[in-house]
Design a protein around this ligand. Structure first.
Ligand code: GAL
Length: 430
């Protein structure tokens, strides 16, 4: 069963359930309510989404926050499907990439024609971003930010303590640095052993070892020859080697708790997208002095992107009031306005989705991300992140996650066999 059929089977059960009340419990003086499902619950990320809440409330609407904890959003997606099944969708939810097409195909999302035309979204957004947000040529979601996934975060004080004079730029240098951190009694790599975190490291290694073209073949084309190639064996070997330097207490650990270990100097480095910067910023640390951000070794010149977006749902009968629709449109409008884009993205660690903003307001990591995004776009090395729902259906992504995480949890796993296992797991998921 493909992703659409799977989602459709779940949603068609909706008819078995009565329509239940949504967020219609707005106070009498509210102009309308907007309920938002998201998974931004770490300290820095909660601060970022709070920017939206404040702007919505300032305009007289009621914000109903339906955060579902869990990095990468798997738990939030489960909640969202259950809500859709019971005919009780929120007004907006964080849904990303190709998954938007599945939800759109089910007729559950609302078209944002009025607000997108009135505010010139086609002009404001790059083609890559705009196309991801559209279903059947209509906007059904609003992009909030662009994250870069292929980053390495380093604590310079820890680096000094370990006698490392510069941030690693190649995989060999990364292993050498890890060895030095270990010798200095530090955790070389902060890493939470959750499937999406494992696969974030895996996709970085694919990009580093196979290059941007190999990345495209492996994840976007899911080309069998590439998945079973000797280069893929090399990727799995490197993953096993890197695993030897990961936090021994990291099993099942949240990414932000692992980030805290680098921030407080217990660990030297973390391989993570730039939402990790939200934790550094929330802790009052400054880019370039208190922490370093460098492209994941061997991936300089490429940019794996992860666009966060809020999809807007057709409201249930009970909630379909002019006030609630106005609240939904207000959120859509606010998200692309400069006021929100500046403050939200500074807090979130990402870069704005519109490219007419003044990037000198951002720190050195943000400025580097914007410059690298544009350069990669020109060079054809701007690639959608597999681990963050941008490159494949959720079913294919799930198959890849399973193979990667099983490989990491099996001490005797054979790197030469993992690629073939991945190819057949992907086939079964299609
Ligand atoms: C990503 C999401 C980011 C961040 C991260 C950790 O999938 O796009 O905004 O929340 O998960 O939860």
């Amino acid at each position: 069963m493909n992703a659409i059929n799977r989602l459709a089977a779940v949603i068609s059960l909706a008819s078995l359930f009565p329509l239940s009340a949504l967020a219609a419990d707005a106070p009498a003086e509210s102009k309308g309510t907007v309920e938002v499902v998201h998974w931004w619950t770490s300290g820095g990320e909660a601060k970022a989404i709070d920017v939206l809440r404040k702007l919505v409330e300032k305009d007289g609407y009621t914000w109903k926050d339906s955060a579902v904890a869990g990095g990468g959003g798997a738990a939030a997606m489960t909640v969202l499907k259950t809500r859709a099944v019971s005919g009780n969708p929120p007004s907006a939810a964080q849904i990303k990439g190709p998954d938007l097409q599945d939800w759109g195909a089910l007729g559950l999302l609302t078209e944002l024609d009025d607000v997108s035309k009135a505010n010139n979204w086609d002009k404001l957004l790059s083609k890559t971003v705009a196309n991801t947000m559209k279903y059947d040529d209509h906007y059904v979601a609003v992009p909030v930010n662009i994250h870069r996934v292929n980053w390495l975060w380093i604590n310079p004080v820890a680096m000094k303590k370990a006698g490392i004079d510069k941030a690693p730029t190649t995989l060999d240098e990364l292993f050498a640095a890890a060895e030095k951190f270990k010798a200095a009694g530090l955790i070389p790599l902060a890493h939470g052993g959750q499937p999406w975190q494992d696969s974030t490291v895996f996709e970085d290694l694919v990009l580093s070892i196979m290059g941007a073209e190999g990345y495209t073949k492996a994840f976007i084309e899911q080309d069998e020859d590439t998945l079973t190639s000797p280069k893929m064996t090399e990727v799995f070997k490197a993953l096993k080697k890197l695993q030897g330097y990961m936090d021994p207490d990291g099993t099942g650990q949240d990414w932000n708790l692992e980030a805290a270990k680098v921030i407080n100097g217990k660990a030297g480095m973390q391989i993570m997208g730039d939402w990790a910067k939200s934790e550094w910023s929330a802790a009052g640390k400054k880019a370039g002095t208190d922490f370093e951000c460098v492209p994941f070794p061997g991936t300089q010149g490429s940019f794996t992107y992860n666009i966060d977006s809020l999809a807007m749902f057709k409201l249930s009968a009970k909630n379909n009031t002019p006030g609630n629709i106005a609240a939904q449109n207000e959120v859509a409008k606010i998200i692309l306005e400069p006021e929100f884009q500046y403050v939200f993205n500074q807090n979130k660690g990402s870069i704005p989705v519109r490219d007419d903003l003044d990037m000198t307001k951002f720190d050195s990591c943000g400025q580097a991300a914007m410059a690298d995004f544009k350069a990669a776009d020109k060079a054809g090395t701007l690639k959608p992140s597999m681990a963050h729902n941008m490159a494949t259906s959720l079913a294919v992504q799930g198959a890849i996650f399973d193979v990667v995480t099983n490989f990491m949890s099996d001490k005797n796993a054979d790197p030469a066999k993992a690629g073939a296992q991945m190819a057949s797991a992907i086939k079964a998921a299609l």
